[in-house]
Ligand binder design. Structure first.
Ligand SMILES: Nc1ncnc2c1ncn2[C@@H]1O[C@H](COP(=O)(O)OP(=O)(O)OP(=O)(O)O)[C@@H](O)[C@H]1O
Ligand SMILES: [Mg+2]
Length: 355
């Protein structure tokens, strides 16, 4: 191997600036380019793929618009990708909006009244829609009609408006926050699960092919194993490793290159990144392993509560490093060991001698 283990400060700064530039706008373009475009191209999620495939095929045979679909699961597992695929498989136009973008029922009425038969309406972060908009959506989903209220106070009148049959695709990272009546109006709910290392490996190799980047088998496996079950992270790590391979070596991604590059970007062997480790660190060192409330934890690491809850925690819980209890978050013995610390003894005392 013809690269040095150590990076000079200038090279490190250069690598970091590459990351920042891509994160700004380019990153989205790259992500879009790597999206599978049909159900056949989707890697993993066999159950969801089969279920969704049936829903779509049946609708196609009947010549009807498919039932409304709810996609739920943690960030980066393919919800937006699947929404686009649903439209593509139905050869239907996709209209995109999001819960936070619909602040008034009127915003939704405007979108719905512009729909044509068979259109797919994608509402991302559907759990963050306003209450009045949500109620309007119930009606639109069930009866393909909405009441548009004109005027205010006693003089206000509701004008019924027919909407051509459409398919609503909602995406949420928090299915639990969706009100029952809304959840029940989806004919099919797809729960996306974290990906197995083998699937992530296939995703890394597929993406590498699209990016024109040569990857050895052990190289892609190394990237996959640090991707925390998430395709978006797998693709992002691949791009960082590719940068490193191109700048510091001959462009070929070997296991060694992947390891050195990912260590540089502070993604450890278990896939924990800086935020995950910060959460564990604060939990163990500052709060004695908990229990501590998630809001307190978020403030302590300088992040939004949602980020800690939706980005860091699911993976930490899944890795058996953190437990959610009614009294707050608790570090498991494995968390202490991960930080190179001795777990506190069961009776609450700290051992005299650490590792
Ligand atoms: N099954 C898959 N096979 C291959 N690539 C995938 C798959 N799922 C997701 N990806 C890749 O991961 C990236 C992120 O997926 P996507 O944007 O659909 O996630 P998301 O669930 O909508 O996330 P968020 O909740 O943050 O909106 C995409 O660019 C896509 O390339
Ligand atoms: Mg998305």
């Amino acid at each position: 191997m013809e690269h040095d283990e150590e990076l000079s400060a200038a090279e490190e700064a250069h690598l970091r600036s590459l990351v920042d530039a891509e994160a700004d706008g380019d990153e989205r373009a790259v992500e879009a380019a790597l999206r599978p475009r049909s159900l056949d191209e989707v890697v993993g999620q066999e159950r969801v793929r089969e279920q969704l495939g049936l829903v779509l095929e049946a609708a196609r045979r009947r010549g009807r618009t498919p039932d409304h679909v709810l996609l739920s699961g943690p960030p980066g597992l393919g919800k937006t990708t699947l929404a686009m695929i649903i439209a593509a498989e139905m050869s239907a136009p996709l209209r995109l909006t999001s819960g936070p973008a619909i602040t008034h029922a009127g915003d939704l009425a405007a979108i719905l009244s512009g729909m044509n038969e068979g259109d797919v309406l994608f509402v991302d972060e559907i759990h963050r829609m306003s209450r009045p908009a949500e109620e309007m959506l119930y009606m639109a989903m069930e009866d393909f009609r909405v009441d548009v209220v004109i005027g205010k106070g006693p003089g206000a009148t509701a004008i019924p408006l027919e909407i051509p049959p459409f398919t609503l695709v909602g995406a949420t990272t928090r299915a639990g926050l969706l009100p029952g009546p809304l959840r029940d109006r989806f004919g099919f709910t797809a729960h996306l699960e974290f990906y197995e290392p083998g699937d992530l490996d296939r995703i890394v190799r597929r993406s590498a092919g699209l990016l024109g980047c040569e990857v050895e088998t052990a190289g892609s496996a190394e990237i996959a194993s640090r991707s925390r079950g998430t395709p978006r992270i797998a693709n992002r790590l691949l791009r960082r490793v590719r940068d490193y391979a191109q700048v510091r070596a001959d462009g070929l991604v070997t296991r060694e290159i992947a390891r050195v590059a990912l260590d540089l970007y502070e993604v450890d062997e278990s896939g924990l990144d800086r935020l995950d480790r910060a959460v564990l660190d604060v939990l163990c060192r500052r709060f004695g392993g908990g229990p501590v409330g998630v809001s307190t934890l978020a403030v302590a690491v300088g992040e939004e509560r949602e980020t800690v809850e939706e980005v860091a925690e699911p993976f930490l819980v899944r890795s058996g490093l953190l437990a959610r209890t009614p009294r707050g978050r608790v570090a498991t013995p494995a968390a202490w060991r991960h930080l190179g610390l001795a777990p506190p003894a069961v009776d609450g005392t700290t051992p005299l001698f650490g590792p």
